[in-house]
Design a protein around this ligand. Sequence first.
Ligand code: TXA
Ligand code: MG
Length: 316
Amino acid sequence: MNGKIGRDLSVARSILLNNGVVGIPTETVYGLAANALSQEAVLKVFEIKNRPKFDPLIVHGASLSQLSEFVHKIPEPLLRIAEKVWPGPLTIVTTKKELIPDLVTSGLDTVAIRVPQHSLTIELLKSLPFPLAAPSANPFTYVSPTRPEHVMHQLGSKVGYILDGGACSVGLESTILGYKNGHVQVLRLGGMSVEQIQSLAESPLQFPKSNENQSIPGNFKKHYSNGREMIDISDLEAVVPLSNEARLFYSKPQNPGPSDYWLTDSNNLNEAARNVFQRLRQLDQPNIDKIYFEKAPDEGLGRAINDRLNRASEKR
Ligand code: TXA
Ligand code: MG
């Protein structure tokens, strides 16, 4: 089954040059990549994921200077942050040039861009004459993939090749920043903590709510779901799980039982971030109907972890 997972950049490159789709590793999650300048190639990405066309994609480049060809002047405050963080788990939304097809941006006049931090993918991007549009490589609304096997398992039959870059080192999607009325806005919490971004920004960050304006397309409530009912419980130790139930702790409990799972052995937010999607996948088992979970501490990457757990627990 593993014929399609490998580390051969020339295979990945030739598929992409021929308008095909490849699974690519990044530090955040695996992406489903296609030539961002080809409407035909990008259409395949939407079809494979079963993703609605009003949910725009992120365009990945090897460097800020490569990506600059496809956008108008980037607002100074976003540029300053991107220069310090890239390559890294950050995406910025800025005004696009015509070269980027409307399909990529769902018809918006802005495009989301990022330089990922993964040596294989950077090498691939450098070898291509175009940037790569890539959403996370999971079926629409399901848990994001953090290992090549995750992509193989769900989309293997539809994807030409999956580039094996091992387990993702961050494990949560990039933090997305926009700029409006003179303020840097956090459009999606993610793998770069708000505290780190605030330390690089010159004025206080804003956090628009998705229902307050239209700047966060595709930021659906229900997302990252493994199909199980998930219930947020503050005193998780007090819950006694039935045979079809599991408990998902933040930190390893004192005396774990067979239906107990946890995000970190040692109260470490980075470890918890790396594990959260893997745990949600492990819990996608026929004998589990309901998952009781507790939140991570509401700081650093804990805020993004809690965002993913909250969305995974949304009813619809
Ligand atoms: O870490 C990541 O960002 C991963 C890896 C593969 O790079 N990608 C990822 O893509 O998470 P995806 O498609 O799962 O999420 C992209 C989100 C969209 O749902 C939307 O909320 C936002 O990016 N987005 C894209 N273009 C936008 C735009 N022009 N304006 C505002 N938000 C945008
Ligand atoms: Mg996604």
